[in-house]
Design a protein. Structure first.
Length: 160
C-alpha cells in the first residue's frame, strides 16, 4: 500500500508572497502540508527601524494552512548563517509522518539541518531558493560568472 504524500515546507519566517501559495496548496489542491517556521518574525504588525515606521501586511500570513513554529536557537554571534538554527527539525520531520520536504532557502543553518535530517530519514527533497548578492553586497563567483558586472538602475527616462 502506497503511503499518502505529506509535505513539510521548511521556512525561516512567514513571507507575504509565499503564504498564499501554502493556502492554495492546502485548501484548493488538498495537499497535506505543514509549514515549519524557525520564527514568526514579521508575521504580525511590527516597527521596522530601517523604514522608521510600523509595518503591517495586507494579508494574513498565518491563516488557511497548517503551520508550526519550532524553537529557534539564534546563534548570530557565531555567524550570520546561524541566525536560524533549529536543532529539533529532525525530530519534527520524523514525528510528522512526512514523505517529502520542500526547502525554501539555502543560506541559514536551519536549511542545512533540515536537509541532513531529510536525507537521514529517506525523505524526498524538493529545493527552491532565490539567488542574490552575498551579504557583503558583491556577487559571489559561485553565482555569477567571472567578469559579470551587475547592472544598476538608471535615473531618468530611457524611452525614446
Amino acid at each position: 500500500m502506497k503511503k499518502k504524500t505529506r509535505l513539510a515546507v521548511v521556512m525561516t519566517i512567514p513571507v507575504p508572497y509565499k503564504s498564499p501559495v501554502w493556502r492554495q496548496l492546502s485548501q484548493v489542491h488538498g495537499i497535506d502540508i505543514e509549514v515549519l517556521y524557525a520564527t514568526l518574525e514579521g508575521a504580525h504588525s511590527y516597527y521596522d527601524p530601517l523604514f522608521a515606521r510600523p509595518i503591517t501586511w495586507d494579508n494574513a500570513l498565518m491563516d488557511g494552512y497548517p503551520w508550526r513554529m519550532l524553537k529557534n536557537w539564534e546563534l548570530t554571534r557565531l555567524n550570520w548563517r546561524c541566525q536560524y538554527t533549529v536543532p529539533e527539525i529532525g525530530r519534527r520531520l520524523r514525528s510528522g509522518g512526512f514523505t517529502h520536504v520542500l526547502l525554501c532557502g539555502k543560506e541559514y543553518a536551519f536549511y542545512n539541518q533540515a536537509f541532513q535530517a531529510a536525507i537521514g530519514l529517506g525523505l524526498k527533497i524538493l529545493y527552491r531558493a532565490e539567488s542574490h548578492p552575498d551579504k557583503s553586497g558583491r556577487f559571489s563567483s559561485a553565482i555569477a560568472p567571472t567578469g559579470f558586472a551587475p547592472t544598476r538602475p538608471t535615473t531618468g527616462n530611457s524611452a525614446t
